[in-house]
Design a binder for this molecule. Structure first.
Ligand code: TXA
Ligand code: MG
Length: 327
C-alpha cells in the first residue's frame, strides 16, 4: 500500500470516503497524531491493531466531533460528563463511560467501558462529522514513541495506511489525560495537559496518581510505552546528566542530553537537544526530541522535571521512555 501525506484541509473528502469504506486514516490532534477507523465497524478497527502491532487487550479511544454522538457511544451519560465536557472539550482529555451496544468489543478490548475524546483540531472534527466517530490510538508502531508530526507517523507506518492528514506539529505534545468516570471517585488513569489539580477543582474529589494503583488499573499500562529504540535514562539533575554523558562518552558511546535551554551553559561543548524554555515548551517538544535523539545518538539522557501539575504528566511519559532508569 502506498502511503500518501496530504494537507489536512485538502484531504477531508478523501479521508471521509476511506473511513466510510472501512479503511484507516491518520489524523492530527492537539496531543499526538491518531490512527483512526470507523468506531462502529469491527473489521475496520481490527486493521488498527495489525497496522500498529498492538496487543488486542489495550482499548482504543473513540474520537467525536460533537457531544450528541456520546449518546450513541455510551450506555448512559452522567451529568458530570457534561460538566467536564463544557469545561475541557474540545481538548486534551478522554472521559471513560459505560459503553453502548453499538461499540464493538474490539474497541474496548472486551471491556464494558469506553474512552471518549473530542480533539481540538478543526479538520479532524470535520473528518469525523463527515464520516463516523473514530476509534484511534496514537499513530505509532506499538511501544514506539508517539508521533507529533506527519513525518514521525510516516517513518513508523509507511505502507500500513493509505492517507496521513498533515496539520503540522501538535501543540500540546503528550497524549490526553484519561479520566475514568465509572469508578466511585473519578480516577485519573493517565495524567496529561488537563492536570489532576484542574480536575479536582471541578470534581471536588479525584483519585490521584496513587501511582501503583493507577498503573495496575489502566489496561495497556503494563506495556512499556513511549520507548525510544536506544538506551534512555532520566537525570535527576543537570550535574547528573553531565556526569552520565561523560561516562557514556568515555565508553565509546554517542550520548545526548535532552534538556531545556536554562542548562545550556552547564552542558557546554556536549551534544544536546533543546526542549525550549518553559515546562509547556518541554511538553510540546519532548517526543520530537526523542525521535531526533534515537536517530542520531545511542544513549539519551533526559532532564527530570519537578513532579507537579503539567510536570508530573510529562514525567509520567519520560519515566516510561526511560523504563524507570534514573541517574
Ligand atoms: O491524546 C490521545 O489520547 C491520543 C490521540 C490520538 O487522541 N490517543 C492515544 O491513544 O494516546 P492510545 O491508544 O495510544 O492510548 C489510549 C490510552 C491507553 O493507555 C488505554 O489503555 C487507555 O487510554 N484507555 C482507552 N480506553 C480505555 C478504557 N475503556 N478504560 C481504561 N483505559 C482506557
Ligand atoms: Mg499510544
Amino acid at each position: 500500500m502506498q502511503t500518501k501525506i496530504v494537507k489536512a484541509k485538502d484531504g477531508i473528502e478523501e479521508g471521509a470516503s476511506l473511513i466510510k469504506s472501512g479503511e484507516l486514516v491518520v489524523f492530527p490532534t492537539e496531543t499526538v497524531y491518531g490512527l483512526g477507523a470507523n468506531a462502529y465497524d469491527e473489521s475496520a478497527v481490527a486493521k488498527i491493531f495489525s497496522a500498529k502491532g498492538r496487543p488486542q487487550d489495550n482499548p482504543l479511544i473513540v474520537h467525536i466531533s460533537s457531544l450528541e454522538q456520546v449518546r450513541d457511544i455510551a450506555e448512559s451519560v452522567p451529568d458530570v460528563f457534561y460538566e467536564l465536557a463544557n469545561r475541557f472539550m474540545p481538548g486534551p482529555i478522554t472521559l471513560i463511560l459505560k459503553k453502548s451496544d453499538k461499540i464493538p468489543y474490539i474497541v474496548t478490548a472486551g471491556g464494558e467501558t469506553v474512552g471518549i475524546r473530542m480533539p481540538k483540531n478543526v479538520w479532524t472534527r470535520e473528518l469525523i462529522s463527515k464520516s463516523f466517530p473514530l476509534a484511534a490510538p496514537s499513530a505509532n508502531k506499538s511501544k514506539h514513541i508517539s508521533p507529533t508530526t506527519a513525518k514521525h507517523v510516516y517513518d513508523d507506518l509507511q505502507g500500513e495506511v493509505a492517507l496521513i492528514l498533515d496539520d503540522g506539529a501538535c501543540e500540546v505534545g503528550i497524549e490526553s489525560t484519561v479520566l475514568d468516570l465509572t469508578t466511585d471517585v473519578p480516577t485519573v488513569l493517565r495524567p496529561g495537559a488537563v492536570t489532576t489539580e484542574m480536575l479536582a477543582e471541578i470534581l471536588g474529589e479525584v483519585s490521584e496518581n496513587g501511582k501503583v494503583i493507577k498503573i495496575a488499573k489502566a489496561p495497556g499500562m503494563k506495556y512499556t510505552h513511549y520507548a525510544p529504540k536506544v538506551k534512555t535514562v532520566c537525570a535527576v539533575s543537570i550535574d547528573h546528566a553531565v556526569e552520565e554523558y561523560d561516562k557514556e562518552k568515555s565508553e565509546g558511546m554517542r550520548p545526548v542530553i535532552v534538556a531545556r535551554d536554562i542548562y545550556r551553559d552547564k552542558v557546554e561543548e556536549r551534544d544536546q537537544i533543546s526542549l525550549g524554555v518553559t515546562v509547556e515548551d518541554y511538553c510540546r517538544n519532548i517526543y520530537s526530541a526523542l525521535h531526533t535523539a534515537e536517530e542520531n545518538f545511542d544513549v539519551i539522557i533526559v532532564e527530570e522535571l519537578e513532579q507537579k501539575g503539567l510536570g508530573a504528566s510529562i514525567m509520567n511519559r519520560v519515566e516510561k521512555a526511560a523504563g524507570g532508569k534514573k541517574v
